[in-house]
Every structure is written in C-alpha cells, then in structure tokens.
Design a protein around this ligand. Structure first.
Ligand SMILES: *Cc1c(COP(=O)(O)O)cnc(C)c1O
Ligand SMILES: [Zn+2]
Length: 408
C-alpha cells in the first residue's frame, strides 16, 4: 500500500519528515502531506475503491497513514448523497444534490478529520489528544479518543450550545470551558502545544487531520457515478476543508479516476462572522479578523487560518463567496427540513441559505450539477428552531374531538 512521503510548505516548498508539526520553520507557511502519486497510481482504481469498506477508509490510499492496522474508526463517511428534487424545484435547480454529513457517528463532518488525526497520533505514540473547538470537533474528538483508549482535553468557549456539551461530556474527556471566544481558545492551545506532548487536532497534527476532509469530495464523485459536479457549495469556518476539496478534486483528475473539469468551489459564511466574505467583497488580498456574533457557532471563526487560500481557490475555480443573515440561516434550516426531510444545524443553514440566495439571484441556468455539503445535524443546534413552525392541534381522545378540531 502507498505511504505518505513527508510534509511540504504550501508557500516556499521546504520539505520536512513526517512528524507532528504544522508550520514551516523558514517562512511560517502551512505544511501539507506529500504523497507518492506514482505509487498510488499503480494501485488505485475505481474497482479498488468500490470494494473497500463502507466508510471514508475506502479512500485509504489517499489518506496519510503508514500502517493499515492503525485506523481508529466508528464508521465515518460514506454518508448519503441524495438528489434534492423538491428543494431544487423550490430554487429552480433541476440537478441539485446534498451530501448528508449529518449521518456521521457524532453527526458532523468533523468525524472525517478526527478519525485521521486520532489514528495518526496513536500510531505515533501519542497518549493524549487535544483540540480547540466550537463544539463539533470536541464532540468528535471525545468520541474517537474513547474509542482509541486515549486521554483527551477539549477546549471550548464557555457559552457553547448545551446539546454539544452533553454530547461531548458523555465520553468523559477533560472538558475545559474557557472564558473567551474560539480565537482566544485557539491561541491558548497554540501555547499549550509547546508545553505538553499532546496531539492537538487543529495545531500540531493539522496536516494529517486536514486530509480527512478530502473524503467528502471523493465520496461525492464516486456516488455521482464517477462524475465531477459543476459546482460545490461549502461552509467556511477555518477554511481548512475548503482548501482540501480542491486538492481532492485535483487528485481524482490527475489519477485518472474521473474525467471532466475542476468544479467551481463556492464558499458560505454567516454575516455575523464573515471575514472571508468581507475580504472577497472588498477585493482584498488579506483577511481582516472579526469578532464572531452568529448562531452558526460551529463556523464562527473570526480569524480563519486558511481564509486567504479559500479566496484564491474560489477565484481560480470560478466559484464565489456569499453570506447570509441570521434569519436566512433559520429559514434555510426550515426549508431544507420541509422539502427534503433533513434536519441540519446552523452551519448547514448557512450553506443552504447561500445556495438559495445565489439561486434566487440568478447565478445558475438551472441544469448545472450542484452539490451542497450539509455538514452537521440539527439536534446540535435545535434551540434555533424551538418555535414550532408546522401545524399543531390539541384534542381529546375521541373521534368527535378529532373531527371537530383537526378536520374542521
Ligand atoms: C468545522 C465545521 C465546518 C467548517 O470546517 P472548516 O474546515 O473549519 O472550514 C463546517 N460545518 C460544520 C458542521 C463544522 O463542524
Ligand atoms: Zn515555508
């Protein structure tokens, strides 16, 4: 089986051995995993992928583990890709698809990245995992650490949704509630990583962690019958996954697993935390940090580490970046539920809200193959839709009461 070769700086190209580090010593650029694509090309095929496990690990050849036995899995990935006929009809889109990542083991896209991070860390002798989180990452890391028999420290802002805290605490990690926002929590963790021999998902093991995101795009292409979408709508938090989706599409094209063109990659933010959208609007090459204030907590990152790369990729692929208001987020959650039977969290409300906004603004002819990534489950943020929207009637347990009150 092909093995990853090392790490390489995205900015200056400096190369490093495989190790727990994420910034270039020469220029402070981010480090990415380097693969031996010739070796991968010799073994990978559609048939090999299709005969793999019904999880994201069917893409094992393009994930950065040296040893197969090391995989820590709860069955993440290979989530449903569903054709959205009713939502599509509401938006004038005849070829719309939803990748339903609410169906992951801890109900968010984060299980993909965490499965890789925990597998890599355990195989390299780490005994303790850590993360700075807006909720979903903590939830996932706590579960996978339990599964792997590792200790974990999860650092979260102290005002995270209680549903996410409950779903995390049950795995008995060390929960550290920090009086501060995500960016402050992240800064604290960056200091801790120098003092403790821990594997922090989004810090020292980030190059490996990030690679797990690619499987969302790999699976989408496979589930479309080995076709590239024309455009993908992706939520932007740190921008980490956005960057990986282009890498995934590039790998599929270069390895000859699919024909066609690079999809347009379009990013979605909440106006209450839209640093990348604002920079895009202003035509600025830099992303100025903002103070987050939005119900889309899981993507409320005011200083997104990959923001500049997101803009570059949106531009180069012909995508765009759009943002929606708090009301539009809630309306999009309801629209998705009402038309497709999928209950998604606020981050997905942002994605579907942006999809709807762009469709109504006439971005598409209508027959393009568009995929939206629905990245987290609605029960994680159920509080935002606790005012019932459907019809509810109370009756006595009699036929008469039913006829009078329900049918009347
Ligand atoms: C983390 C997260 C995202 C954003 O991912 P990034 O890689 O940080 O951009 C989107 N949706 C959900 C539900 C998440 O938990
Ligand atoms: Zn460098």
């Amino acid at each position: 089986m092909p093995r990853p070769l090392g790490l390489r700086c995205r900015e200056c190209g400096a190369e490093y051995e495989l190790q727990a580090t994420h910034v270039c010593e020469a220029c402070f650029g981010p480090l990415d995993v380097v693969y031996d694509y010739d070796a991968i090309r010799r073994v990978i095929s559609r048939a090999r992928v299709e005969s793999g496990p019904p999880s994201m690990w069917r893409w094992r050849d393009l994930l950065p583990l040296e040893d197969d036995a090391a995989v820590v899995s709860l069955g993440e990935g290979f989530t449903p890709l569903v054709r959205a006929e009713r939502l599509g009809a509401a938006l004038g889109l005849s070829n719309l698809w939803l990748k339903n990542d609410t169906m992951n083991p801890t109900n968010s896209f984060k299980d993909r990245v965490v499965s890789v991070a925990v597998s890599w860390a355990r195989a390299h002798g780490f005994e303790t995992m850590g993360c700075a989180s807006t909720g979903n990452l903590a939830n996932s890391l706590a579960a996978y650490s339990a599964r792997a028999g590792l200790d974990s420290y999860v650092f979260m802002p102290d005002d995270i949704e209680s549903s996410k805290v409950v779903a995390t605490s049950v795995f008995e990690p060390n929960v550290v509630a920090v009086h501060g926002n995500y960016d402050e929590v992240n800064r604290l963790c960056s200091q801790l990583v120098d003092e403790h021999p821990w594997a922090f998902c989004n810090i020292n093991v980030r190059p490996f962690y990030a690679e797990g995101s690619k499987t969302l795009t790999f699976e989408t292409v496979e589930q479309l019958g080995w076709r590239m979408p024309d455009e993908i709508v992706i939520p932007i938090g740190s921008g980490c996954q956005f960057v990986r989706h282009r890498r995934a599409a590039t790998e599929l094209l270069e390895l000859g697993l699919v024909d066609g063109d690079m999809p347009r990659l379009t990013g979605a933010q909440a106006l209450g935390c839209a640093p990348v959208y604002r920079a895009w609007q202003a035509g600025s090459a830099q992303v100025a940090p903002v103070r987050p204030d939005t119900i889309a907590r899981s993507i409320a990152i005011g200083n997104p580490s990959d923001g500049v790369y997101v803009m570059r990729i949106a531009e180069e692929t012909g995508g765009t970046i759009e943002a929606v208001s708090e009301e539009e987020i809630v309306e999009a959650i309801r629209l998705l539920a009402r038309t497709e039977g999928i209950f998604a969290e606020t981050a997905a409300g942002v994605t579907i809200g942006v999809l709807a906004k762009l469709a109504r603004a006439g971005r598409w002819r209508g027959d393009e193959l568009i995929v939206a990534y629905v990245t987290g489950h609605g029960l994680k943020t159920a509080n935002v839709v606790d005012q019932p929207s459907g019809r509810r009637v109370e009756i006595d347990p009699t036929l008469r009461s039913f006829r009078e009150r329900v049918l009347a």
